[in-house]
Design a protein around this ligand. Structure first.
Ligand SMILES: Cc1cc2nc3c(=O)[nH]c(=O)nc-3n(C[C@H](O)[C@H](O)[C@H](O)COP(=O)(O)O)c2cc1C
Length: 340
């Protein structure tokens, strides 16, 4: 049964940010189990849907355990996007999310992604045709603006409100910044204070404590967590616990081994062995960030060929860290590129 994303947000304001190549079927299932309130696919090409590209359609697959699930679209043509939104609706997704934040040149050159922030007339057309095409909620994800001279997120929020959009998620950097510098949470707070539409803040939330403080200080209706969930998959459960005035979930930390096993089962269900092998190595390395012995662990796991050996190496590591604190590595560069 469909769940309205705003209803989910009221109970749990911590949302998994869309990440291309990462928030796939398996990872979304895993993250919903790990208490992310809402999940979103990676960006999916509206034109790819129009041409019924199998690769594109595969990106949209989900199961009931992921609800509320949003499918994120990108494109430049309002009619093609609206038709793609209808397909999203017919697939049974809970909502459609539109990507107006992607900074990647290949996308921006065509006028899609963050380039829409330079042309609010076109953006408005996209919003109105999409909202008119479907009955499910439509949300958008933006940046603060194109560059430091055009930080027009507030104008976007006003247009979005008038067009009946459900929420605006703001990654607190301009397109020109890419992933450099820090997300500007003061700016996000200002937009929240001046907007009538629900706002989700996003950028550089790497700990559960930060998730709660950003939420409270900005007054936002929710926060989106991306890379923080790759360094610490317990971030949602811990943030929710702190938000409710409870303690950190040390029970989960003690079960880290079985949590990693859960992820491996989800990956195996959807991917052939060679992809499972790579995915397990990737997640194991990311999750090990900031733990004692993590660099030796990474070296060791990348030398292994057999997937079962990779898994057992990872399980040994995550079984051994239940009493070890994860160091704060927010100062280190980590995945400095993406589609939003
Ligand atoms: C590898 C990677 C892929 C991303 N892909 C998408 C995407 O498909 N759609 C999108 O809206 N944002 C995408 N983003 C942006 C994130 O959703 C988020 O806005 C950004 O990473 C800042 O949040 P964070 O500091 O919590 O990671 C991506 C980010 C990364 C690192």
């Amino acid at each position: 049964m469909k769940i309205h994303p705003l209803d989910a947000l009221k109970k749990n304001p911590f949302v998994l940010a869309p990440m291309a190549g990462i928030t796939d079927h398996a990872f979304r299932t895993f993250m919903r189990k790990m208490d992310a309130s809402v999940v979103v696919t990676e960006l999916v090409s509206a034109t790819g849907i129009e041409y019924k590209s199998q690769r594109t359609l595969d990106l949209m697959s989900f199961d009931e355990s992921q609800r509320p699930i949003g499918i994120q679209l990108f494109g430049e043509d309002s009619e093609i996007i609206a038709r793609a939104a209808k397909v999203v609706e017919s697939q049974g997704a809970d909502f459609v999310d539109l990507n107006f934040g992607c900074p990647v040149p290949k996308v921006v050159k065509k006028g899609a992604g963050s380039a829409m922030m330079k042309d609010l007339v076109v953006m408005q057309k996209v919003l109105s045709s999409t909202v008119n095409a479907v009955k499910i909620p439509v949300t958008i994800k933006i940046r603060t603006g194109w560059d430091a001279n055009q930080r027009n997120a507030l104008d976007v929020c006003n247009i979005a409100y008038n067009e009946g959009i459900t929420w605006v998620a703001i990654h607190g950097r301009t397109r020109a910044q890419g992933y450099e510098g820090l997300a500007d949470w003061e700016f996000i707070s200002e937009i929240k204070a001046k907007s009538k539409i629900p706002i989700l803040g996003n950028g550089d939330i790497l700990t559960p404590q930060k998730a709660v403080s950003r939420l409270k200080e900005s007054g936002c209706d929710g926060v989106l967590i991306g890379r923080g969930a790759l360094k610490n998959p317990l971030i949602f459960a811990d943030a929710l616990s702190l938000y409710r005035g409870e303690n950190l979930r040390t029970d989960l930390k003690r079960n880290y081994k079985s949590i990693f096993l859960d992820l491996s089962l989800a990956i195996r269900e959807h991917a052939p062995d060679h992809i499972t092998n790579i995915q397990l190595k990737k997640f194991a390395c990311w999750f090990s960030t900031g733990y004692q012995g993590s660099s030796a662990f990474r070296k060791q796991i990348f030398q292994l060929k057999d997937t079962n050996e990779v898994l057992s190496c990872a399980l040994d590591f995550f079984g051994s860290i239940s009493d070890i604190e994860q160091e704060d590595t927010s100062g280190d560069s980590f995945l400095m590129g993406g589609h939003g």
